[in-house]
Design a protein around this ligand. Structure first.
Ligand code: B12
Ligand code: SF4
Length: 495
């Protein structure tokens, strides 16, 4: 029997407004690390496999579906963030209509908390894999290959005669070092196309890595349902091996660590830094850390080992709001961590959130003052979104499932407003907070230095500006008087 085939899909979820496609030149183009791990795990068992990164390959739902129908795999595995569910459902519907025998399997952060609701709503998804997939998926496929029902496979939700059956949870993966390395070789044009957002890295090419999984904290806005509370980690040697493999095999010069808690263990961090320093590996990297895990001595070693930037979830300038989010840290701790990082010569990126329950004009003013006085190099401000799987989702909506909002859950839309503020006011303050930070001369200066150090940034900026100009000209020629419009993307109503 010829080897069975599975195509993995990261569906399109970019919500770039019609007519603004040129924005793609400066946005994040990171692949799904989850799909890279899954593809490696099934390939090891003899399956033929491919990965479609829809947004990065510039494919809309119809073109993704066409490609799947052309390649006629036995299985399709789709990774789902909440924001991508509707587009994924559209792909699955088209594929099923043309090739009903193809099994559609879904997994990912959205499925870890919303498996039942999602399979109830979308009959075109056949089976859901809940939580980590590297061990469950090969077992599930082996069972389906034999035409057996998968009731013995742990960690899935499947359909039997129209009813949904959930099997007991699969054990979490503790021996991360034994997983095969992510299958970067399956990505089309890796690493060239897979850049983070402009100015978010010192020099390309760039790849993402996770050195650990899990987080024991329960910040109320955060969805930790995929990996749970138990922290599991790769050994420092394995992380180092993966960095070296990427450097020697693909010429990668910068790594973005995507762990929730990169600094969960000081011992592991120091050991990894020692390995990098001793080997002389010429790579830079960035990671995310909690403000209460950094200390000057660790920062110093991290800097020596190539750490370029640390992102901190600072969220707000108000202690009261931090308390309401169940964040352990307070504004003073955040400030200390940012100053230590700055003093160590590491760039600092502040991750903020606007519109959390309890936000008010007073807390917004505190955040503005906070972003002005911190020595950060860059900041991200997301619009508060109650993601399914986060404690605040249950608090705000109870057991109501707000499927109507899924499409907007990308941190760039306010779908909820705290008492005393309207969404219009929040949108206005969103711009103001960003201006408070980005209009500072020292911030602009850092961006100019970065552009000079790596002109690739300037090239991206140039393409963006050129695209903008072309879009404007097209608009005038079409009689739209400069307004940027284009064909609409399929929406919820078209499902
Ligand atoms: C890196 C990252 C990104 C990257 C890359 C995203 C990507 N494509 O993977 C970028 C920066 C692009 C990104 C963007 C966003 N992100 Co993000 N991101 C992460 C982060 C920090 C790590 C993801 C990761 O690589 N994990 C490691 C890999 C190995 O795990 P994994 O992808 O989950 O895959 C495993 C399982 O889920 C499962 N699985 C996954 N897919 C499938 C498919 C099948 C068929 C099967 C069987 C199993 C399976 O098996 C995999 C292996 O074990 C997570 C936090 C986290 N802890 O996961 C947030 C997280 C996934 N992001 C989140 C969000 C909300 C977003 C945004 C929507 C908004 C935002 N806050 O920025 C945007 C949307 C992007 C867009 N295009 O519009 C939320 C998702 C919540 C939700 N319910 O949707 C998370 C969980 C953060 C959080 N704690 O709230 N993100
Ligand atoms: S925000 Fe960070 S520390 Fe808080 S629960 Fe999420 S991953 Fe853990």
């Amino acid at each position: 029997m010829a080897a069975r085939k599975i195509i993995f899909v990261n569906p399109p979820y970019e919500r770039i407004a019609a007519g603004y496609q040129f924005v793609r030149h400066i946005t994040n183009r990171s692949p799904s690390l989850g799909l890279l791990y899954l593809a490696a795990a099934v390939r090891e068992r003899g399956y033929r496999t491919a990965i479609i990164e829809s947004d990065i390959e510039d494919l809309d739902t119809d073109r993704v579906a066409d490609r799947i129908i052309r390649e006629k795999p036995d299985y399709v595995g789709i990774t789902l963030f909440t924001v991508g569910v509707w587009q994924a459902a559209r792909i699955a519907r088209i594929v099923k209509k043309s090739c009903p025998r193809i099994r559609i399997i879904v997994g990912g952060p959205h499925i870890s908390s919303m498996s039942t609701e999602t399979l109830e709503r979308f009959p075109q998804f056949d089976i859901a894999v809940i939580h980590e997939g590297e061990r469950v998926l090969p077992e599930l496929l082996a069972c389906l290959d034999r035409d057996e029902t998968p009731e013995q496979v742990k960690g899935i939700l499947w359909r039997r005669n129209g009813a949904l059956i959930k099997t007991p949870p699969a054990p979490s993966i503790n021996d991360l070092d034994n997983l095969p390395m992510p299958a970067w070789d399956l990505l089309r044009d890796f690493p060239g196309r897979y850049l983070p957002a402009i100015f978010d890295y010192p020099r390309g090419p760039v790849a993402t890595l996770a050195a650990s999984r899990g987080c024991p904290f329960v910040c109320k806005f955060c969805d930790t349902s995929t990996f749970g509370a138990k922290v599991r980690a790769n050994s420092p040697q394995m992380v180092f091996n993966m960095m070296k493999f990427l450097n020697e095999g693909f010429g990668i010069r910068h790594i973005q660590f995507v762990d929730d808690l990169f600094l969960a263990s000081r011992i592991r961090t120091m050991a990894l830094c020692d390995l990098i320093i001793e080997s002389g590996l010429d790579m830079t990297w960035n990671c995310t850390a909690r403000v209460d895990t950094v200390k000057p001595d660790v920062l110093k070693r991290m800097k020596q080992a190539g750490c370029w930037e640390i992102s901190f979830g600072l969220e707000t300038g108000s202690d009261e709001l931090l308390r309401q989010m169940d964040k352990a840290a307070r504004v003073a701790t955040s400030e200390q961590a940012v100053r230590w990082t700055h003093q160590a010569g590491i760039r600092c990126k502040g991750l903020f959130m606007l519109g959390y329950p309890g936000e008010s004009s007073q807390t917004i003013e505190k955040t503005k003052a906070f972003v002005r006085r911190l020595p950060m190099t860059t900041m991200n401000l997301s619009k508060f979104t109650p993601y399914p799987g986060s404690p605040i989702y249950r608090e705000l909506y109870g057991t109501n499932i707000r499927k109507d909002h899924w499409e907007k859950m990308n941190g760039m839309n306010f779908i909820w407003a705290p008492e005393g503020l309207t969404i219009k006011e929040l949108d206005f303050e969103y711009q103001n907070i960003l201006k408070c930070f980005y209009k500072q001369r020292r911030v602009m200066h850092k961006y100019i230095v970065l552009a000079i150090q790596d002109p690739a940034h300037l090239k991206r900026l140039f393409r963006f500006l050129l695209g903008f100009l072309q879009a404007k000209i097209r608009s005038y020629l079409a009689g739209h008087r400069g307004a940027l419009v284009g064909p609409n993307q399929p929406g919820v109503s078209e499902m």
